[in-house]
Design a protein around this ligand. Structure first.
Ligand code: PGA
Length: 271
């Protein structure tokens, strides 16, 4: 069986620090209505305070709800923080290790590894973000950077006595492409997706890395997504700014639907 054809196509929207509990439900509903396309897994990640409103708005639409972060500990004296278990009934996905948190909260790969463990315990499907800085790419170190990020996080998961979740999703997000209007090249992102699966295979991920969806993130728009979805190694996108715009999400998911349908045909043809 062609395992590539079996991987799902996923479009996840990261709303970051935008929307309010009062505005988020309506936006989520509009996006759900505008993105009814076969074969695409859709996920919206609003701020914590809007999770309940978005969950209610998305009930019955097939669009899933994700958190933008979880704390590395289960519970305790961590003022202002949100643990994975607090998300029960609110979210089924969680973004972990986003570059804005690595940058602003100084999140290390080891801390991110512990967050992955919390996701596993809670049954949250993690979207683990990795990606290099511009200087690292210019110095020819992009692949080493991503390899080390994955290896360190994975080693920490093991140190905690846990395993990488078999439903792991990885988002390759070059930091220089996030919010800048500048995207990576599809071919560079595909090389990185191959490296990500290689490193996950080396780590012994259950079920093998061939089944792990790898998304691209960084200034994805309906106009820019094409060259990423044209790459068989890339299984969708983590979308920031454009995920707040209904028309943009409609265009992005429509394009993803074409990839999903082409993959189904390849799979059926191969069966
Ligand atoms: P962007 O953000 O699409 O606004 O560049 C992507 C992300 O940070 O996940």
């Amino acid at each position: 069986m062609d395992m590539k054809a079996a991987r799902p196509v996923i479009i996840a929207g990261n709303w970051k620090m935008n929307t309010t509990p009062a505005s988020a439900g309506a936006l989520a509903s509009e996006i759900a209505r505008a993105t009814e396309v076969d074969g695409v897994t859709r996920v919206l990640c609003p701020p914590f305070v809007a999770l309940a409103a978005v969950r209610d708005a998305l009930a019955g639409t097939g669009v899933e709800v994700g958190a933008q972060n979880v704390h590395a500990e289960v519970a305790g004296a961590y003022t202002g923080e949100v643990s994975a278990q607090m998300l029960a009934g609110l979210a089924s996905w969680a973004i972990v290790g986003h570059s804005e948190r690595r940058r602003d909260q100084g999140e290390s790969d080891e801390l991110i590894g512990r967050k992955l463990v919390r996701c596993v315990e809670q049954g949250l499907r993690p979207i683990l973000c990795v990606g290099e800085q511009l200087e690292e790419r210019e110095a020819g170190n992009a692949e080493d950077t991503v390899r080390v990020q994955l290896e360190r996080a994975t080693a920490e998961v093991r140190r905690q006595g846990s395993e990488l979740p078999p439903d792991l999703v990885v988002a390759y997000e070059p930091v220089w492409a996030i919010g800048t209007g500048r995207t990576a090249r599809g071919s560079d992102a595909a090389v990185m997706a191959q490296l990500i699966r290689l490193v996950l295979d080396e780590s012994g991920i259950e079920g093998g890395a061939e089944n792990v969806p790898v998304l691209y993130g960084g200034s994805v728009t309906s106009a820019a997504i094409d060259e990423f979805l044209a790459e068989p190694d890339i299984d969708g996108a983590l979308v920031g700014g454009a995920s707040l715009k209904v028309d943009e999400m409609a265009g992005i998911v429509a394009r993803a639907g074409m990839t999903a349908s082409a993959r189904r045909q390849t799979k059926d043809g191969a069966a």
